[in-house]
Design a protein. Structure first.
Length: 66
């Protein structure tokens, strides 16, 4: 496994954990603006982490095949 793929997995983990953390922070009372921002940023970061992990997995499979 190359360092580029490991870096992609690390970035995906950071994005996913950050997004999940923001969404979990919504369990406490927040202002209306914070709820909007936490939802928007949390969902986008979580989705970005998932997509980046899928891309890293595809790169890993392509590097093993070729």
């Amino acid at each position: 496994m190359s360092w580029q793929i490991l870096a992609m997995y690390a970035a995906a983990l950071v994005f996913a954990l950050g997004g999940a953390g923001l969404l979990l922070a919504l369990t406490r009372p927040r202002s209306e603006g914070q709820v909007y921002a936490f939802r928007m940023i949390g969902i986008m970061a979580l989705a970005g982490g998932v997509v980046l992990a899928m891309s890293a997995t595809a790169m890993l499979q392509w590097s093993v095949e070729g």
